[in-house]
Structure formats: structure tokens, C-alpha cells
Design a protein around this ligand. Structure first.
Ligand SMILES: *Cc1c(COP(=O)(O)O)cnc(C)c1O
Length: 419
């Protein structure tokens, strides 16, 4: 019940506080420069076809790469999990929120993605929290974190929160990283990188990075949000590239290919125990519902058996790349389900996304600061739940928009973009 004094204050029109006016100005500027983000409300289940504003769209916008979010076996496992374990975990994991399904999930993941034989795993309610936990537990004031420039925002936030020196290196530039490691006087060194880059779809040079970790006695933290379930026959990017090292700390998310929510860290037992004992982002937050862990146990099984889904996904990726090869906008080199079409200008990327929307296709435009200036893009994301016909409709639509852009061109590529 809201107090009467509060209600009275709301009824009495007072001058708008300067604070609010200032916020409004900021929002207006953001809008005027084409940077306002928009949120759509979906009125149908997660899947390649969604209803938005009364329209049915084919969506190339989700990270549900294997189509597990609406898989009947996964959904049944979550439902059964609720019946058996209740709706919520009730407490943080070290107080009273760690249930048998959480423990079983950690074991299943450690056995499946383990970077080395005696590795353990720890689960989290989100990937964002997992990255905060890893970097704050492993690095502090006297340490340094070396980060690829295109890393995901939450790796950067984890590095900042750790208070370690934050050293960024150019995208996938091993020589530049080596140089920075050589010059560093930090006590502990951590190399942190996306394994598959979330807005580009390309893969970090992990073999060389492990070598550097050996050479400079560092740990290598990889964020495999987009590799787990897909690459390495589902084990992730480290397995794809044949890497196995006790210096490897693998973080993966469970809301993308695994279809539910959450994240894990798999690493040497001492790394895991240090995170469990000291990471505030692990200790001071309520555990994810045990029912989700129960569902994720089934997701992991389906990932293990997912050879056919992955083969279908690879075929869709190849078909899309072939079909878009003649466009005036450049498709970034990527072998993963993330296929970025670089448009360049912010407004042009938005206009192209809107034009596709009008054709019943949902492909989000990604703009700075999520991606570097001048590289606004459509982030096409494919799923094993897409059909060949879905992909063909996107190919047809983009080629039609390219033709339209050649005559009158609100979103023709400018001559200045070579990204
Ligand atoms: C999605 C994502 C995250 C965050 O994971 P959530 O579980 O969504 O919080 C972290 N890193 C990368 C590279 C991601 O793409």
C-alpha cells in the first residue's frame, strides 16, 4: 500500500526535477543519433517463428542455436523439476540453495567440457555473473587482465570490477598480446577472450593463446557462450581446436545452445574452489531454480546426441553464405551460426533491418557501442530449428533489398567502409 503522502505528491504537479530533465535530454540525443535501442514484446513461444505486434515473423535473432528452448524433452524436464524441487532455490548456493540437480549438472558439465582430467565445474544463474565471478576471484590490484578488444561487455565489466590493470589488445592479434605480456610486471596475468566473438562469429586463436599462457605463466579465460553446444561436437571451442591445458578456464552459457538459462565455469579444481570460496558474484546471489538445472541435464544429453542438429545447422550456414555472396554489404568471415552483415552506417543498418521486418523477417541491427563505430551491422543468427526454406526467404529478401538500394539508396554502402 502506497502511503498517502506519496500519492499526494504524485497528484500535485510539481516542476520536473532537473535530474529527470537531464535524463530526457540524454535519451533524446541518443534517439537523434540513431542509437536508441528498442525492445520488442513477443507474444508466442521462443522459436524461429514469433508473433510481434500481431505479425508473424521468421526470426534470425535468437541464440537458441540448437532449438532446445522449445524442445519437448527439455520442457518436460523443467516441469518435472518444478514438481520435484519446487519453483525457486530459496537461498544462495553456500547458504541453502545448492540442490542435487545443481550438483549433478556440475558433474555432467565437468565430464563433458573438462579442459583437463581433474577439472571441476561450477554453475551460475547467468553468464554475466559467471564472468564477474571468474575475473574478480582470480585477479586483484597487483594483477593484470589482457583482453581482446572485441570481448563481450561482461568480461570487460569483470576486469574492471577486479581492480586489476586492464590491458586491451587488438582483435585476435597474438603478436600485440605477446608484446603487452612481455612488458607487464603484474603479479598474476590472465588472458581473457571470447572463444567465438558474439557480434562477429569469428574464433579466437586459442592454440597460440594457450602457448602464451604457458610462456608467461598466465591463465587463459575463454568465454564460450557461442561455442558450447556447437563446436567441438558440442564440447565447445577448446575441443574444436584440440586444446587441453590446466591453464584453461572455460566459461560457457546455458541460455544459448543449451536452451534454458545460466552458465558454468570449468577449470582446475583449485580455480573452481577459489571462485566458490571468494567470488562475491557467486556467493551473494540466489541460486538458479533447481528445476532449471534438472532441465539442463536433459539439454546436455541432447547436446551430446546433437550431431544431426549440428550438421543441419552447418548446412544452413553454408547455404546462407553462398546465397548472400553477391550482396553490396560484406558478410564477415564466420563458420559459426553468427553471420554478421556489415552495413557501416547506423541509420542504414536500422533501415535495412526495418525493410526486412516489413518483409516478415526479424534480423536485429547492432550498432555502437556494442560494435566499433562505422561497423553497424545486421547480426544474422541461425538455428538448427530453421528450415532451408526459412534461410532461402532471408536470402531472397536481402538480394531484393540490395537491388532496391542500387537505384534509390537510403542504405547503400558508403565508399568509406572496408571493415
Ligand atoms: C550472452 C553472453 C554472455 C552473457 O551470458 P548470459 O547468460 O546471457 O548472462 C557472456 N558472454 C558472451 C560472449 C555472450 O554472448
Amino acid at each position: 500500500m502506497v502511503g498517502n503522502a506519496v500519492l499526494d505528491a504524485c497528484k500535485t504537479p510539481e516542476a520536473l526535477p532537473d535530474f529527470i530533465t537531464e535524463l530526457q535530454r540524454g535519451l533524446h540525443d541518443r534517439d537523434a543519433s540513431g542509437l536508441a535501442r528498442r525492445r520488442r514484446t513477443i507474444a508466442s513461444p521462443q522459436g524461429p517463428r514469433v508473433d510481434v505486434d500481431g505479425r508473424r515473423l521468421i526470426a534470425f535473432a535468437s541464440n537458441d542455436y540448437l532449438g532446445l528452448a522449445f524442445d519437448p524433452r527439455v520442457m518436460a524436464a523443467v516441469r518435472d523439476g518444478i514438481d520435484r524441487w519446487g519453483a525457486g532455490a530459496g537461498a544462495s548456493p553456500l547458504v541453502a540453495g545448492h540442490f542435487a540437480p545443481h550438483a549433478a549438472l556440475e558433474e555432467a558439465i565437468a565430464a563433458w567440457v573438462a579442459p583437463c582430467s581433474h577439472a571441476r565445474a561450477l554453475t551460475f544463474s547467468t553468464g554475466y555473473l559467471a564472468n564477474l565471478a571468474i575475473l574478480t576471484a582470480l585477479a586483484g590490484r597487483h594483477d593484470a587482465i589482457f583482453a581482446d578488444r572485441l570481448n563481450h561487455a561482461c568480461l570487460n565489466d569483470g576486469a574492471l570490477l577486479s581492480r586489476a590493470e586492464f590491458v586491451r589488445f587488438p582483435h585476435r592479434d597474438v603478436a600485440a598480446l605477446r608484446n603487452r605480456l612481455q612488458r607487464s610486471r603484474a603479479r598474476r596475468k590472465i588472458i581473457a577472450t571470447d572463444a567465438v566473438f558474439s557480434m562477429d562469429g569469428d574464433i579466437a586463436p586459442l592454440v597460440a593463446l594457450v602457448d602464451l599462457a604457458h610462456e608467461f605463466d598466465a591463465l587463459l579465460v575463454i568465454d564460450d557462450a557461442h561455442g558450447f553446444g556447437i563446436l567441438g561436437e558440442g564440447r565447445g571451442t577448446a575441443a574444436e581446436l584440440g586444446i587441453d591445458s590446466q591453464r584453461l578456464v572455460v566459461m560457457g552459457t546455458l541460455g544459448k545452445a543449451a536452451g534454458i538459462a545460466g552458465a558454468f565455469v570449468a577449470a582446475h579444481g583449485a580455480v573452481i574452489e577459489t571462485i566458490l570460496q571468494t567470488a562475491r558474484a557467486y556467493i551473494y546471489t540466489t541460486a538458479a531454480p533447481a528445476a532449471l538445472a534438472a532441465g539442463l541435464l536433459v539439454s546436455v544429453e541432447l547436446i551430446k546426441e546433437g550431431t544431426a542438429r549440428r550438421a543441419h545447422l552447418r548446412a544452413l550456414i553454408a547455404r546462407l553464405r553462398e546465397g548472400l555472396s553477391g550482396l553490396p554489404w560484406r558478410l564477415r568471415t564466420s563458420t559459426t551460426p553468427i553471420q554478421p552483415l556489415i552495413v557501416g552506417d547506423n541509420a542504414a543498418a536500422l533501415a535495412l533491418s526495418d525493410a526486412l521486418w516489413q518483409r516478415g523477417l526479424w534480423v536485429p541491427a547492432i550498432r555502437p557501442p556494442t560494435v566499433p563505430r562505422g561497423t553497424a551491422r545486421l547480426r544474422i543468427s541461425l538455428s538448427a530449428a530453421h528450415t532451408v526454406a526459412d534461410v532461402d526467404s532471408l536470402i531472397v529478401a536481402l538480394n531484393a533489398e540490395a537491388l532496391a538500394a542500387q537505384s534509390s539508396n537510403p542504405f547503400a554502402p558508403s565508399a568509406t567502409q572496408h571493415s
